[in-house]
Design a protein around this ligand. Structure first.
Ligand code: HEC
Length: 117
């Protein structure tokens, strides 16, 4: 009986846990600059053809994001736990996820040809 109450409480608590912010975006910004993510991905995660893809507002789930840092798929250098502990990864993830959305290209006169005149 006591066990089933515990199980029910756990079930009720699970969605609340899932909604908690996983990391601290302010600290993530500091780490993003300190460990050098910006050098390849740009200061606002915009990426560049030559150094690294856009990562702003990444669509990757946290576990795939962590996997990319621990054992990158290709040319990116690995970030081991000694350099970037789990909490730091979550903080950087929170920072990248909270980056502002880019403006709609149709709202930019230069891209619609209006600015050329
Ligand atoms: C020396 C350049 C370099 C640095 C520094 C670097 N990256 Fe990367 N990153 C890359 C490249 C190149 C790729 C493309 C995949 C690969 O090579 O593994 C990539 C891929 C990624 C991806 C996957 C993008 C996608 O959507 O598939 C993420 C996420 C990422 N990097 C995050 C980071 C974070 C966070 C840091 C800092 C902790 C960082 N990177 C530091 C070069 C870099």
């Amino acid at each position: 009986m006591r066990l089933s109450i515990f199980a029910a409480a756990l079930l009720l608590a699970t969605p609340a846990l899932a909604q908690q912010p996983a990391g601290n975006a302010d600290n993530g910004k500091k780490l993003f600059e300190k460990v050098g993510c910006w050098q390849c991905h740009g200061l606002v995660g915009q990426g560049s053809l030559l150094s690294g893809p856009r990562i702003s507002r990444t669509a990757l789930p946290l576990d795939a994001f962590t996997q990319q840092l621990r054992s990158p798929s290709n040319d990116m250098p690995p970030y081991e736990a000694a350099v970037l502990p789990e909490a730091g990864v979550a903080d950087i993830y929170a920072y990248i996820k909270a980056m502002p959305a880019p403006p709609d290209p149709k709202s930019l006169p230069l891209l619609t040809g209006m600015g050329a005149r």
